[in-house]
Design a binder for this molecule. Sequence first.
Ligand code: ATR
Length: 277
Amino acid sequence: MSRRACILGHPVAHSRSPLIHGTWLAEFGLDGSYERLDVAPADLAAVLNGLAERGFAGGNVTVPHKEAAAALVQASTPVARALDAVNTLWLEDGRLHGTNTDVEGFLASLDAGAPGWDHALRRAVVLGAGGAARAVVHALLERGAEQVVVANRTLARAEDLVRRFGGRVHALAWQEAPAALGDAGLLVNTTALGMAGQPPLALDFCALPVEAVVTDIVYVPLVTPLLDWAGRRGNRVVDGLGMLLHQAVPGFERWFGVRPAVTPALRASIVADLEDR
Ligand code: ATR
């Protein structure tokens, strides 16, 4: 029987998830589909309740529904509860389950792109304190970072992360970020700054040790101004596409029963698509 999965978002036309899952479906020769569903916030509950009836095995959840979906699923994993955000759904025993694979995707991307990045990681600096930062901070703590410094334009949101995750997380005002870079082993941008159409990050990163790994969750462009600068001065850099590709793996495995791989060929096809638009 053909198995169906989907991505729920609003808007959802820009999402590359259908291309990722479509590539894997073709690679395994599976009789399945992965569809875009543009769902307005007011309709989310009804759409989630109707997924089983419409024959879906599950799906992904993206902006702006991740928090709302977390409150609507009937069962959730510890990581989804820790983040209060769900990006992956599946039906099991007649109940809608939710988890969050962004943490796993972020870690797998760094493991692949900068092996050893977490070895004796004393301090990580995270720029931004929104939904993406929540997953990144959770991931860094899980991997054993001794200290995670979160710098955000709105200090109160960085302080929310300290309350959520506890004593190893420290909040800083945006302009104070450069002063925290001196002994950082990892710098992560989780803001939209540097994305096509947005201003670049206007901070002075010169104090960052050249041994530090630098990563950006922005993947349009693939080489953001931050990654370009860091790469040219000799830091190891990991672009944001890896997280997108790796977060998709567990969902595909749940819905279609086989664990796909993030290969250079998959990456190349997504890069070609990004360059086309
Ligand atoms: P996401 O789920 O992608 O993390 P978000 O929750 O809207 O999206 O968070 C966006 C992040 O980018 C926030 O940290 C935001 O800072 P504020 O909390 O102060 O809004 C940050 N951001 C967006 N535009 C910014 C700008 N021009 N300067 C600095 N930070 C910015």
